[in-house]
Design a protein around this ligand. Structure first.
Ligand SMILES: [Zn+2]
Ligand SMILES: [Zn+2]
Length: 244
């Protein structure tokens, strides 16, 4: 309840309360803070401790040659040209992602988007993107959760980078089973044909950053990228909060 009142107060532009961190759930010093994640949590969430594969965002050992991908992805062909992550699916980032998936997580998701864009601005802008598109939830799941966490994160990232965000850049045609409980082969098969681009004209010729929360095999982002490229997008770069 307290959380909700603070949230309402903040949305109303009322700064009666000191800034409150949605992650550690404590007040913090931060006059004029424009989001609700404290500096300590921000630092912890954005500190990447590992080298990662530039194709699939897997953690790789130091000094690994990843020019052709890593051992987990080098035999795969992806429709996205590269991928990056904020961090691994562990520690505080893991906790934040779980928290964000609750129906009350929207403000946290928005704040996380700002923190993410700030931390990886250069990487986001490296391929000179023109459009941000989130991975959509099927409407059925969106209604049961209350909102799409990837869309809320994407909106803040786009706003922070000064880029347009197209929430309906992709449409999910059917619900897909929770990927956590599937084998890798099943993930690739079940996701096939799950997306469509409702307005191809809106993506044609554009370099797109596709945003998702967690990447596991890359099947979802691959399938979404396939549709974007088929609709005429010039390039798709994948940005995920975490790799599991
Ligand atoms: Zn905090
Ligand atoms: Zn890889």
């Amino acid at each position: 309840m307290l959380h909700t009142l603070r949230d309402l107060a903040r949305q109303a532009g009322c700064w009666v309360y000191p800034p409150f961190c949605f992650v550690c759930e404590r007040d913090y010093d931060g006059t004029g803070a424009d989001h609700s994640i404290c500096p300590d949590c921000s630092r912890e969430i954005t500190t990447e401790l590992h080298e990662t594969c530039p194709r699939c965002t897997s953690t790789v050992g130091p000094h690994t040659d990843v020019s052709e991908g890593c051992s987990r992805c080098h035999e795969r062909t992806f429709h996205f040209s590269s991928a990056f992550r904020l961090g691994e699916y562990a520690g505080k980032l893991h906790d934040v992602i779980l928290k964000m998936k609750r129906a009350t997580g929207e403000s946290l998701a928005e704040s996380l988007g700002f923190v993410w864009a700030e931390a990886q601005r250069e990487r986001f802008l490296r391929d000179k993107p023109q459009l941000i598109v989130p991975i959509p939830l099927h409407w059925h799941r969106r209604i049961s959760r209350g909102y799409n966490q990837s869309a809320a994160v994407a909106a803040s990232v786009a706003s922070s980078l000064g880029l347009p965000c197209m929430f309906r850049g992709l449409q999910r045609m059917r619900p897909t089973p929770h990927q956590t409980h599937q084998t890798a082969t099943a993930r690739w098969e079940n996701i096939r044909g799950a997306f469509r681009v409702p307005q191809p004209n809106a993506v044609r010729g554009l370099r797109v950053v596709l945003i998702d929360d967690v990447l596991t095999t890359g099947a979802t982002c691959h399938e979404a990228s396939r549709e974007l490229i088929a609709a005429g997008a010039a390039q798709v770069t994948v940005a995920v909060l975490a790799h599991r």
